[in-house]
Every structure is written in structure tokens, then in C-alpha cells.
Design a protein around this ligand. Structure first.
Ligand code: ATP
Length: 216
């Protein structure tokens, strides 16, 4: 199958979003603009299979994503993982998006931290059947990578973005983005110790957190 050049690619950023913060949002917006994407979809994981269950419900995490991007051109929330029961496997999500999108190029956006653990994901070796992987490296960070992931990267790596635009799936491309060293862990830590996380996340997200007394 060849990609449809008439269709701009879409980007997918899956995450726990517990809570969503400016690191996620700058990443999404930066990629939307730089790579001329149709849109970037933020996809909260309902039941993350590879980490402890989040304390905050999937519904509230999706709600925080929605209020964070309200009115923002190019970035949308996609709640499909909340419709499925059981562990939220990315391979199932990519398959359902592929069924909807035909031959449109789809980029699964992954931070390098997530990529290094990819070989632990359910049916990880099928992910490239459904999407490309857009790897986001934060400048200055060197990567100690396992043999398996190094081999996977070398085998599938594209040198130019053009290689991704002409096919629906199957390639890995690395993009450097300006770093924002914000993490959800840091924000939860601040809230748990009664400190103020303002300026790390959008104000409407903080309002949801305060209304529901989350992370205290
Ligand atoms: P936690 O601290 O709970 O592990 P997190 O802040 O890393 O959470 P996730 O929801 O796990 O957020 O991240 C979803 C995706 O966003 C991952 O691919 C991750 O690499 C990426 N990401 C998270 N924070 C940043 C950031 N500050 N800059 C760029 N990418 C980020």
C-alpha cells in the first residue's frame, strides 16, 4: 500500500496524562506545526498495561486533556481507549485508527524514554504495520538502548521525513524538539506536598485538579 499524498499525516500522542502538562502540549503543538500535520490526537490510556494503575480515573484524565486543549487549533482529544475494557494496548488503538484512516500516514509520537521500553509492549513488533513511529529526542540526552531496540531502530529508521509521507506506516523517524523538563510525576509530587504546580500545566487543568481534590 502506498500513502495518499493528498492526505496530511496525523500524529498520535498516547499517554497516561496523569495529569496532562505543558511538556505534552508543547510537544503536540510543536509537531503539528513543524511537520505540517492534519492534527495531533491526544489519547489517554484507560488502563495502562505497563505501569501501576493511575489513581485518577480515565474519565477525569480525559476531562483534563479536553480542558487543556479547549480552543487550540490542531490538537484534539481522542477518548477511544475508554470505550474498550481490559488493558489499553496501543496495538489495538493503532489498528482501529488504521481502519478509519485508509492509507493516510499515521505517526505514533513517542518520547525516547517510552521507546526504550517498547519491547515490553503487547505485540510491539506489529506496531509498525499500522503506523510510523516519530521518536522525540530531547537535545543533550544520550541514549543507553538495549540491543533489541537498537536493532529495531537501525532496521526501520528513515533518514528523511519524506520517507514517512509516501507510505501509511512502517518507518521510524527521530525529531529533536526543544526540551521542557516537566513530568506528571513532578506535578503529582508538588500537589502531594501541598506546593503549587502553576506554570507547569494549564490553569483549567489545575482547576479540575482543585475541584476534585486530586493528587493530595
Ligand atoms: P509520568 O511522570 O507519570 O511518567 P509523563 O509526564 O512522562 O508521566 P506520560 O503521560 O507518561 O507523561 O507521557 C506521554 C508521552 O509524552 C510519552 O511519550 C512521553 O515520553 C512524552 N512526554 C512526557 N513529558 C514530556 C516532556 N516534558 N517533553 C516531551 N515529551 C514528553
Amino acid at each position: 500500500m502506498t500513502g495518499n499524498l493528498q492526505q496530511k499525516p496525523i500524529g498520535l500522542l498516547g499517554g497516561t496524562f496523569d495529569p496532562i502538562h505543558h511538556g505534552h502540549l508543547r510537544l503536540a503543538l510543536e509537531l503539528y506545526e513543524r511537520l505540517n500535520l492534519a492534527e495531533v490526537r491526544l489519547i489517554p490510556s484507560a488502563n495502562p498495561p505497563h505501569r501501576e494503575s493511575p489513581a485518577v480515573s480515565a474519565e477525569l484524565r480525559l476531562e483534563m486533556v479536553r480542558v487543556a486543549i479547549d480552543g487550540l487549533q490542531g490538537v484534539v482529544a481522542d477518548g477511544r481507549e475508554l470505550m474498550r475494557s481490559g488493558p489499553s494496548y496501543m496495538v489495538d488503538t493503532l489498528k482501529s485508527i488504521r481502519e478509519e484512516e485508509g492509507a493516510r500516514p499515521v505517526y505514533m509520537i513517542l518520547g525516547m524514554d517510552a521507546f526504550m521500553n517498547l519491547h515490553g509492549w503487547h505485540r510491539w513488533d506489529e506496531l509498525l504495520n499500522y503506523a510510523h513511529i516519530l521518536l522525540v529526542r530531547r537535545p543533550g540526552k544520550l541514549l543507553p538502548m538495549t540491543h533489541v531496540m537498537r536493532g529495531f531502530l537501525d532496521l526501520n529508521r528513515a533518514k528523511t521525513l519524506d520517507e514517512l509521507q509516501i507510505r501509511p506506516s512502517g518507518k521510524i523517524y527521530i525529531e529533536d524538539i526543544p526540551p521542557l523538563t516537566i513530568s506528571a510525576t513532578q506535578i503529582r509530587g508538588l500537589l502531594a506536598t501541598d506546593r503549587n504546580p502553576r506554570y507547569l500545566l494549564p490553569r483549567p487543568v489545575l482547576e479540575v485538579i482543585n475541584t476534585h481534590q486530586l493528587y493530595r
